[in-house]
Design a protein around this ligand. Structure first.
Ligand SMILES: NC(=O)c1ccc[n+]([C@@H]2O[C@H](COP(=O)([O-])OP(=O)(O)OC[C@H]3O[C@@H](n4cnc5c(N)ncnc54)[C@H](OP(=O)(O)O)[C@@H]3O)[C@@H](O)[C@H]2O)c1
Length: 262
Protein backbone atom coordinates (compact mmCIF):
# COMPACT_ATOMS: atom_id res chain seq x y z
CA UNK A 1 0.00 0.00 0.00
CA UNK A 2 1.48 3.35 -1.06
CA UNK A 3 1.28 5.85 1.80
CA UNK A 4 4.30 7.80 0.59
CA UNK A 5 3.92 11.60 0.66
CA UNK A 6 7.57 12.43 -0.04
CA UNK A 7 7.84 15.43 -2.37
CA UNK A 8 4.34 16.61 -1.49
CA UNK A 9 3.39 19.74 0.47
CA UNK A 10 0.53 19.74 2.96
CA UNK A 11 -1.32 22.72 4.43
CA UNK A 12 -2.85 21.75 7.77
CA UNK A 13 -5.23 24.31 9.25
CA UNK A 14 -6.25 24.48 12.90
CA UNK A 15 -2.94 22.82 13.68
CA UNK A 16 -1.60 24.59 16.76
CA UNK A 17 -3.04 21.77 18.91
CA UNK A 18 -5.48 18.86 18.95
CA UNK A 19 -6.58 17.05 15.82
CA UNK A 20 -4.86 19.43 13.41
CA UNK A 21 -1.49 19.08 15.16
CA UNK A 22 -1.88 15.28 15.14
CA UNK A 23 -2.64 15.38 11.40
CA UNK A 24 0.47 17.50 10.80
CA UNK A 25 2.63 14.95 12.66
CA UNK A 26 1.10 12.07 10.71
CA UNK A 27 1.52 13.70 7.28
CA UNK A 28 5.12 14.65 8.10
CA UNK A 29 5.81 11.07 9.20
CA UNK A 30 4.66 9.95 5.73
CA UNK A 31 7.24 12.30 4.17
CA UNK A 32 5.20 15.44 3.42
CA UNK A 33 6.54 18.93 3.98
CA UNK A 34 3.92 20.56 6.17
CA UNK A 35 2.77 24.14 6.78
CA UNK A 36 0.68 24.42 9.94
CA UNK A 37 -1.83 27.27 10.23
CA UNK A 38 -3.76 28.71 13.20
CA UNK A 39 -3.80 32.00 15.17
CA UNK A 40 -1.22 31.32 17.90
CA UNK A 41 2.34 31.68 16.59
CA UNK A 42 4.10 30.27 19.68
CA UNK A 43 2.14 27.04 19.64
CA UNK A 44 2.54 26.68 15.86
CA UNK A 45 6.29 27.11 16.21
CA UNK A 46 6.36 24.28 18.78
CA UNK A 47 4.25 21.96 16.62
CA UNK A 48 6.37 22.77 13.59
CA UNK A 49 9.63 22.19 15.47
CA UNK A 50 8.52 18.69 16.46
CA UNK A 51 7.56 17.45 12.99
CA UNK A 52 9.64 14.70 11.41
CA UNK A 53 12.40 15.88 9.09
CA UNK A 54 14.10 12.54 8.56
CA UNK A 55 13.11 12.39 4.88
CA UNK A 56 14.33 15.90 4.06
CA UNK A 57 10.96 17.59 4.73
CA UNK A 58 10.83 21.36 5.19
CA UNK A 59 8.09 22.63 7.47
CA UNK A 60 6.70 26.07 8.25
CA UNK A 61 3.83 27.85 9.96
CA UNK A 62 1.36 30.66 9.28
CA UNK A 63 -0.27 32.58 12.14
CA UNK A 64 -3.56 33.89 10.75
CA UNK A 65 -7.23 34.06 11.75
CA UNK A 66 -9.56 31.96 9.58
CA UNK A 67 -12.25 34.59 10.19
CA UNK A 68 -10.22 37.09 8.20
CA UNK A 69 -10.54 35.73 4.67
CA UNK A 70 -8.44 38.51 3.14
CA UNK A 71 -5.50 37.89 5.50
CA UNK A 72 -5.90 34.13 5.07
CA UNK A 73 -5.70 34.31 1.28
CA UNK A 74 -2.77 36.70 1.43
CA UNK A 75 -0.79 34.50 3.85
CA UNK A 76 -1.36 31.25 1.97
CA UNK A 77 -0.80 32.84 -1.45
CA UNK A 78 2.56 34.25 -0.29
CA UNK A 79 3.52 30.88 1.23
CA UNK A 80 2.60 29.14 -2.02
CA UNK A 81 4.61 31.58 -4.12
CA UNK A 82 7.67 31.24 -1.90
CA UNK A 83 7.54 27.56 -0.93
CA UNK A 84 5.57 25.90 -3.75
CA UNK A 85 2.05 24.60 -4.31
CA UNK A 86 0.20 22.33 -1.88
CA UNK A 87 -1.14 18.92 -2.88
CA UNK A 88 -2.72 18.05 0.48
CA UNK A 89 -5.02 20.32 2.48
CA UNK A 90 -6.49 19.53 5.88
CA UNK A 91 -9.36 22.00 6.22
CA UNK A 92 -9.86 22.41 9.94
CA UNK A 93 -10.63 25.12 12.48
CA UNK A 94 -12.09 25.53 15.95
CA UNK A 95 -15.67 24.44 16.59
CA UNK A 96 -18.49 26.95 17.25
CA UNK A 97 -19.62 27.53 20.85
CA UNK A 98 -22.14 24.99 22.16
CA UNK A 99 -25.80 25.74 22.84
CA UNK A 100 -29.28 24.94 21.50
CA UNK A 101 -29.92 25.92 17.87
CA UNK A 102 -32.99 28.03 18.67
CA UNK A 103 -31.17 30.21 21.24
CA UNK A 104 -28.13 31.07 19.13
CA UNK A 105 -27.85 34.66 17.95
CA UNK A 106 -27.97 35.08 14.14
CA UNK A 107 -24.50 36.62 14.47
CA UNK A 108 -23.19 33.30 15.82
CA UNK A 109 -24.36 31.57 12.63
CA UNK A 110 -22.78 34.32 10.50
CA UNK A 111 -19.46 34.00 12.34
CA UNK A 112 -19.43 30.22 11.97
CA UNK A 113 -20.30 30.54 8.27
CA UNK A 114 -17.34 32.90 7.83
CA UNK A 115 -14.90 30.73 9.79
CA UNK A 116 -15.96 27.38 8.35
CA UNK A 117 -17.24 27.96 4.83
CA UNK A 118 -16.07 31.34 3.54
CA UNK A 119 -12.53 30.61 4.73
CA UNK A 120 -12.65 27.18 3.10
CA UNK A 121 -13.91 28.51 -0.22
CA UNK A 122 -11.28 31.27 -0.13
CA UNK A 123 -8.48 28.78 0.49
CA UNK A 124 -9.83 26.38 -2.12
CA UNK A 125 -9.43 29.03 -4.79
CA UNK A 126 -5.81 29.62 -3.76
CA UNK A 127 -4.93 25.90 -3.60
CA UNK A 128 -6.83 24.47 -6.55
CA UNK A 129 -4.57 25.59 -9.43
CA UNK A 130 -1.54 23.86 -7.84
CA UNK A 131 -3.45 20.64 -7.21
CA UNK A 132 -4.74 20.63 -10.79
CA UNK A 133 -1.26 21.22 -12.18
CA UNK A 134 0.12 18.34 -10.10
CA UNK A 135 -2.79 16.07 -11.05
CA UNK A 136 -2.88 15.26 -7.34
CA UNK A 137 -5.05 16.81 -4.68
CA UNK A 138 -6.32 15.60 -1.35
CA UNK A 139 -8.81 17.83 0.47
CA UNK A 140 -9.69 16.54 3.92
CA UNK A 141 -12.36 18.39 5.87
CA UNK A 142 -12.34 17.90 9.63
CA UNK A 143 -16.03 17.99 10.52
CA UNK A 144 -18.03 16.05 13.11
CA UNK A 145 -20.26 13.00 13.36
CA UNK A 146 -23.10 15.54 13.39
CA UNK A 147 -22.86 15.34 9.60
CA UNK A 148 -24.65 12.01 10.04
CA UNK A 149 -26.60 12.60 13.24
CA UNK A 150 -27.12 16.01 14.93
CA UNK A 151 -25.60 16.29 18.40
CA UNK A 152 -27.77 17.83 21.13
CA UNK A 153 -26.66 21.28 22.34
CA UNK A 154 -24.38 21.90 19.33
CA UNK A 155 -26.90 23.80 17.21
CA UNK A 156 -24.59 26.16 15.31
CA UNK A 157 -21.97 23.46 14.86
CA UNK A 158 -24.48 20.90 13.53
CA UNK A 159 -25.76 23.43 11.00
CA UNK A 160 -22.32 24.43 9.79
CA UNK A 161 -20.99 20.86 9.51
CA UNK A 162 -23.89 19.94 7.23
CA UNK A 163 -23.19 22.97 5.02
CA UNK A 164 -19.48 22.15 4.70
CA UNK A 165 -20.24 18.46 4.06
CA UNK A 166 -22.55 19.37 1.17
CA UNK A 167 -19.97 21.84 -0.20
CA UNK A 168 -17.40 19.03 -0.07
CA UNK A 169 -19.63 16.45 -1.72
CA UNK A 170 -20.39 18.87 -4.55
CA UNK A 171 -16.68 19.62 -5.03
CA UNK A 172 -15.84 15.91 -5.05
CA UNK A 173 -17.87 15.47 -8.21
CA UNK A 174 -16.51 18.62 -9.83
CA UNK A 175 -12.81 17.93 -9.19
CA UNK A 176 -12.41 14.14 -9.45
CA UNK A 177 -11.31 14.22 -13.09
CA UNK A 178 -8.30 16.34 -12.08
CA UNK A 179 -6.99 13.68 -9.66
CA UNK A 180 -8.37 15.59 -6.69
CA UNK A 181 -10.40 13.89 -3.97
CA UNK A 182 -12.51 15.65 -1.35
CA UNK A 183 -13.44 13.72 1.78
CA UNK A 184 -14.79 14.51 5.22
CA UNK A 185 -13.32 12.91 8.31
CA UNK A 186 -15.72 12.99 11.24
CA UNK A 187 -14.18 12.85 14.70
CA UNK A 188 -16.17 11.29 17.47
CA UNK A 189 -15.21 12.30 20.98
CA UNK A 190 -11.45 12.66 20.90
CA UNK A 191 -9.14 13.69 23.74
CA UNK A 192 -8.25 17.30 22.89
CA UNK A 193 -8.68 20.74 24.48
CA UNK A 194 -11.99 21.10 22.59
CA UNK A 195 -13.38 18.02 24.33
CA UNK A 196 -12.11 19.20 27.74
CA UNK A 197 -13.83 22.58 27.32
CA UNK A 198 -17.08 20.96 26.12
CA UNK A 199 -17.11 18.72 29.21
CA UNK A 200 -16.48 21.72 31.46
CA UNK A 201 -19.27 23.73 29.82
CA UNK A 202 -21.78 20.88 30.09
CA UNK A 203 -20.82 20.32 33.74
CA UNK A 204 -21.32 24.01 34.52
CA UNK A 205 -24.63 24.36 32.72
CA UNK A 206 -26.09 21.09 34.06
CA UNK A 207 -24.81 21.30 37.64
CA UNK A 208 -23.16 17.88 37.30
CA UNK A 209 -19.52 17.11 38.08
CA UNK A 210 -16.90 16.74 35.34
CA UNK A 211 -16.63 13.04 36.30
CA UNK A 212 -20.39 12.53 35.90
CA UNK A 213 -20.43 14.26 32.52
CA UNK A 214 -17.42 12.24 31.35
CA UNK A 215 -19.02 8.98 32.47
CA UNK A 216 -22.24 9.88 30.64
CA UNK A 217 -20.33 10.59 27.44
CA UNK A 218 -18.33 7.36 27.63
CA UNK A 219 -21.58 5.47 28.07
CA UNK A 220 -22.54 6.52 24.53
CA UNK A 221 -19.35 5.15 22.95
CA UNK A 222 -19.44 1.40 22.24
CA UNK A 223 -15.63 1.33 22.38
CA UNK A 224 -15.93 2.57 25.98
CA UNK A 225 -13.25 5.25 25.65
CA UNK A 226 -12.46 8.52 23.94
CA UNK A 227 -10.34 8.43 20.77
CA UNK A 228 -6.73 9.58 20.76
CA UNK A 229 -5.93 12.37 18.25
CA UNK A 230 -3.47 10.02 16.53
CA UNK A 231 -6.28 7.59 15.69
CA UNK A 232 -8.06 10.37 13.84
CA UNK A 233 -4.83 11.45 12.14
CA UNK A 234 -4.19 7.91 10.88
CA UNK A 235 -7.38 8.14 8.82
CA UNK A 236 -6.38 11.53 7.43
CA UNK A 237 -2.90 10.18 6.59
CA UNK A 238 -4.40 7.30 4.64
CA UNK A 239 -6.89 9.48 2.75
CA UNK A 240 -4.09 11.91 1.86
CA UNK A 241 -1.99 9.14 0.33
CA UNK A 242 -1.82 7.73 -3.20
CA UNK A 243 -3.40 4.54 -1.80
CA UNK A 244 -6.71 6.33 -1.29
CA UNK A 245 -7.05 7.67 -4.85
CA UNK A 246 -10.47 6.10 -5.45
CA UNK A 247 -12.06 7.21 -2.17
CA UNK A 248 -13.91 10.41 -2.96
CA UNK A 249 -16.92 12.32 -1.66
CA UNK A 250 -17.20 10.25 1.51
CA UNK A 251 -17.77 11.13 5.17
CA UNK A 252 -15.85 8.72 7.39
CA UNK A 253 -16.55 8.66 11.12
CA UNK A 254 -13.70 7.90 13.53
CA UNK A 255 -15.97 7.47 16.52
CA UNK A 256 -15.57 4.05 18.13
CA UNK A 257 -18.99 3.09 16.77
CA UNK A 258 -20.92 5.83 18.54
CA UNK A 259 -22.87 7.34 15.65
CA UNK A 260 -26.36 5.83 15.61
CA UNK A 261 -26.81 5.58 11.85
CA UNK A 262 -25.09 4.00 8.85
N1 LIG B 1 -12.13 16.73 19.78
C1 LIG B 1 -13.35 16.23 19.58
O1 LIG B 1 -13.83 15.38 20.34
C2 LIG B 1 -14.16 16.69 18.40
C3 LIG B 1 -15.34 16.00 18.10
C4 LIG B 1 -16.09 16.42 17.02
C5 LIG B 1 -15.68 17.49 16.25
N2 LIG B 1 -14.52 18.14 16.57
C6 LIG B 1 -14.14 19.28 15.73
O2 LIG B 1 -12.90 19.05 15.10
C7 LIG B 1 -12.19 20.28 14.97
C8 LIG B 1 -10.83 20.15 15.64
O3 LIG B 1 -11.05 19.71 16.96
P1 LIG B 1 -9.95 19.83 18.13
O4 LIG B 1 -10.47 18.98 19.22
O5 LIG B 1 -8.59 19.62 17.61
O6 LIG B 1 -10.15 21.37 18.53
P2 LIG B 1 -9.18 22.36 19.33
O7 LIG B 1 -8.30 21.59 20.26
O8 LIG B 1 -10.08 23.41 19.88
O9 LIG B 1 -8.25 22.96 18.18
C9 LIG B 1 -8.78 23.86 17.24
C10 LIG B 1 -7.66 24.39 16.36
O10 LIG B 1 -8.21 25.36 15.47
C11 LIG B 1 -7.49 26.59 15.61
N3 LIG B 1 -8.40 27.70 15.43
C12 LIG B 1 -9.49 28.00 16.18
N4 LIG B 1 -10.07 29.11 15.74
C13 LIG B 1 -9.34 29.53 14.67
C14 LIG B 1 -9.43 30.65 13.80
N5 LIG B 1 -10.40 31.57 13.91
N6 LIG B 1 -8.50 30.78 12.81
C15 LIG B 1 -7.51 29.86 12.68
N7 LIG B 1 -7.37 28.79 13.48
C16 LIG B 1 -8.28 28.63 14.47
C17 LIG B 1 -6.91 26.54 17.02
O11 LIG B 1 -5.70 27.29 17.14
P3 LIG B 1 -5.60 28.81 17.59
O12 LIG B 1 -6.45 28.96 18.81
O13 LIG B 1 -4.13 28.96 17.82
O14 LIG B 1 -6.09 29.62 16.44
C18 LIG B 1 -6.56 25.06 17.14
O15 LIG B 1 -5.31 24.80 16.52
C19 LIG B 1 -13.07 21.35 15.61
O16 LIG B 1 -13.84 21.98 14.62
C20 LIG B 1 -13.96 20.54 16.54
O17 LIG B 1 -15.17 21.19 16.83
C21 LIG B 1 -13.75 17.76 17.61
Amino acid sequence: MNLDLRGKRALVCGASQGLGAACARQLASQGASVVVLARTADKLKDVCGNLSTDQGQRHGFLAVDANDAVALVEAVTTEKEQGGAFQVWVNNTGGPAPGPAHLAEPAAYAKAFSQHLISAQSLLQVLLPGMREAGYGRILNVLSTSVKQPIANLGVSNTMRAAVANWAKTLAGELAADGITVNNVLPGMTRTARLDSLIQQIAQSSGRSVEQVTKGMLGNIPAGRFAEPEEFANTVGFLASPAAAFINGTSIAVDGGSTGCM
